[in-house]
Write a new protein. Structure first.
Length: 687
């Protein structure tokens, strides 16, 4: 660890060319806000769908942040030391799109006209990788603020690791806009509580307190004392303030920057502000204003009657290109000095921010796999997972692990791991019992850059974090989700904790790679594949119970990374047994029993069906030849496997919930026996 900033002791903010903000008149800032209102209502009207109320209500808040405080460069949205801005109430996406367009990003007026249309840069909700300047995909309420906690956490930890006296190369804020809906979501409690505990003081949330949601006025279902709630979390709370006063909001942000805790700024606003007949009510939340009301808005605001027409002087007032270029140039100069003073640190920082792995990664991975082969250990794959982490962690300082209060069960810690605490940086996070919050926070860490985050819980609790997994897959980010205690092998804890449908349901999420290894070799390969993958998330699914080492030849070891491979072959095989995880051992024993009866069987281990499906057709055909009957074996629901065995094939699985009993008793009870697999195999070949 280095000597840089912590969240309690920040480097002093210096007044430089990039931070001097020219004060604009109230008339100018009013016009800047009204430009947002006009663009939002025009785009929603043209699309005939969308949410004009929030952009119109938060317009002054947007001006206060983006014009007075937000450090960014429209010409280079990926500049590292930019502030991060997240729109957690993502339904109000036209607020973000309007500000991006007006500030000078590569988002044209034609792009705004194409709001919510196929293949446009302006989707219904903000999507990272689609729109320049969008930091995360939002829409499912509450997840944007959860991502912001991850970004603020990453900023703090990176700053401590890389900053040195006189070289605060990691020094930026994370801002998030949110509404009543975000605060009603349970995830908001999870992540705000943790952010307060860790005292992430460079995290600032601006709350659009308009008292309206889709069903109407929220006092019928949302009467929390938000101030007391956040004070109880350990946050600094400012407000309520007038959310339609640019000065009041800007002053609140300046005050928040001086706090040693995260800050919630409560901004009292009127939804749909500027729409004289609809403002303040739920009808303006999620529907076009209509021609009549838009005409009334234009008259009320004294605005140009031509849709999508913004005067040049307003563009000049919004333009952030020069200020952004100066800020980036200043940082680049500082980083050049840093590189000269600390060349090794600078090189490591650049590698990690590019998301590249160390040059010796493959060598390290190969050595770890070879060690697994040499040791031939019979251990639980959750322990094999910990060994895999231990093998890679010494060359991957970007590992940021964690667990939702199950570290001793999930085994996501390693010898050199250090627990993160308030004021104490580290590389392992005790998330507490916050599965959803953990998953969404680690997504924010991945989006920020500089770390490869992973978090763990029991597989059955993947349900709690499911939407964050989906968002990681949608955003194509390297976020790793570790799930242990993967089946009825959990045993006595019973059906509430025994996963049955989970593995198959996770396989239904597009762009999510799911790995269920059978032994130490497959566990190490799975970790290597997940870390090497840069275009999407992975789940790593492990057993509680011990599983035996599987003998393989060199060709089979090389093919594990393909997701499915021939583990044991037989000449003139009459049946193919396909299995994953703990059931691979059963498939091998069943193949032995069949061989004793003169029936040759091929055993295919398929630790990742997702990866297997991406292989060339010729390879897949070599593993699963046409014309040979198949039996699939997995301690989970059966429906998924018929894609591989066909209706004429057989599946040994579980289509009920589990029971409470020792694991060996349960496997026998549910038919995971050599005798049952042999009978199924004979059935499909007509023997």
């Amino acid at each position: 660890m280095g000597y840089g900033q912590t969240h309690r002791h920040r480097f002093p903010i210096k007044t430089t060319a990039s931070t001097v903000i020219l004060m604009k008149s109230t008339q100018t800032t009013t016009l800047m806000a009204n430009a947002i209102r006009a663009l939002a209502m025009d785009a929603v009207q043209q699309a005939n769908s969308g949410h004009p109320g929030m952009p119109m209500g938060m317009a002054e808040i947007g001006v206060a942040l983006w014009d007075k405080h937000y450090r960014h460069n429209p010409a280079n949205p990926g500049w590292f030391n930019r502030d991060r801005f997240l729109l957690s109430n993502g339904h109000g996406s036209m607020l973000h799109y309007a500000m991006l367009h007006l500030a000078g990003y590569d988002l044209t007026m034609d792009d705004l006209r194409a709001f919510r249309q196929l293949h446009s840069k302006t989707a219904g909700h903000p999507e990272v990788g689609i729109t320049p300047g969008v930091e995360t995909t939002t829409g499912p309420l509450g997840q944007g603020i959860a991502n912001s906690v991850g970004m603020a956490l990453a900023e703090w930890l990176l700053g401590y690791e890389f900053n040195r006296p006189g070289y605060d190369v990691v020094d930026h804020y994370t801002y998030a806009f949110l509404g009543d809906g975000c605060l009603m979501e349970g995830i908001s409690h999870e992540v705000a509580s943790l952010a307060g505990t860790l005292r992430l003081n460079k995290l600032i949330w601006l709350y659009d307190d308009n008292g309206i949601s889709i069903d109407g006025r929220v006092e019928g279902w949302f009467t929390d004392d938000t101030r007391k709630r956040f004070e109880a979390y350990g946050w600094n709370v400012i407000g309520q303030i007038d959310g339609h006063s640019v000065t009041a909001v800007s002053d609140a942000i300046a005050q928040a920057k001086e706090s040693d805790r995260p800050t919630l700024i409560m901004c009292k606003t009127i939804i749909g502000k500027g729409a004289p007949n609809l403002e303040g009510g739920d009808k303006v939340h999620g529907a076009p204003l209509g021609d009549k009301e838009i005409a009334a808005v234009r008259q009320h605001l004294l605005w140009d009657p031509i849709p999508f027409d913004i005067p040049g002087e307003i563009y000049e007032a919004w333009d952030a290109k020069a200020r952004g270029a100066a800020a980036e140039a200043e940082w680049n100069a500082k980083f050049a000095e840093y590189r000269g003073a600390h060349p090794e640190l600078a090189a490591e920082f650049e590698r990690r921010m590019k998301g590249e792995l160390p040059g010796n990664f493959q060598q390290t991975l190969d050595a770890a796999i070879a060690a697994c082969v040499e040791k031939r250990e019979t251990i639980a794959t959750r322990k094999a997972s910990q060994n895999a982490i231990q093998a890679l962690a010494p060359i991957l300082p970007e590992f940021l692990g964690g667990s939702a209060d199950l570290t001793g069960s999930n085994l996501t810690n390693w010898k050199e791991s250090v627990a993160v605490r308030s004021g104490i940086p580290g590389n392992h996070i005790n998330y507490g019992v916050r599965e959803f919050g953990m998953a969404a926070i680690q997504n924010g860490v991945a989006l920020h850059g500089g770390f490869i985050p992973f978090g763990a819980t029991f597989l059955t609790f993947s349900d709690y974090s499911r939407n964050a997994l989906r968002m990681a897959a949608l955003m194509k980010i390297r976020s790793l989700f570790v799930f242990t205690h993967d089946s009825i092998g959990l045993g006595e804890d019973g059906p509430t904790h025994q996963s049955v449908e989970h593995v198959s349901s996770l396989r239904l999420i597009p762009n999510l790679d799911n790995w269920r290894p059978c032994d130490t070799v497959e566990s190490q390969v799975a970790w290597g594949a997940a870390v090497q993958r840069k275009d999407g998330p992975s789940t790593l699914i492990f057993s509680r119970q011990n599983l035996p080492f599987m003998e393989r030849d060199a060709a089979a070891i090389a093919n594990v990374a393909k997701g499915g491979y021939v583990l044991r072959d037989a000449q003139d095989a009459k049946v193919v047994l396909i299995a994953t995880g703990s059931e691979v051992e059963l498939a091998v024993k069943a193949a032995d029993a069949l061989a004793a009866e003169g029936i040759a069987a091929r055993v295919v281990s398929m630790p990742s069906t997702d990866v297997f499906e991406r292989q060339e057709a010729s390879y897949k055909a070599s593993v699963l030849p046409r014309g040979i009957p198949r039996v699939a074996i997995e301690a989970g629901v059966t429906d998924f496997w018929y894609k591989y065995v066909g209706l004429e094939g057989a599946v040994v699985g579980i289509d009920t919930f589990g029971e409470s009993a020792p694991a060996p008793v349960l496997f026998k009870h549910f038919g995971f026996t050599v005798e049952n697999v042999v009978a199924k195999a004979k059935g499909v070949i007509g023997a």
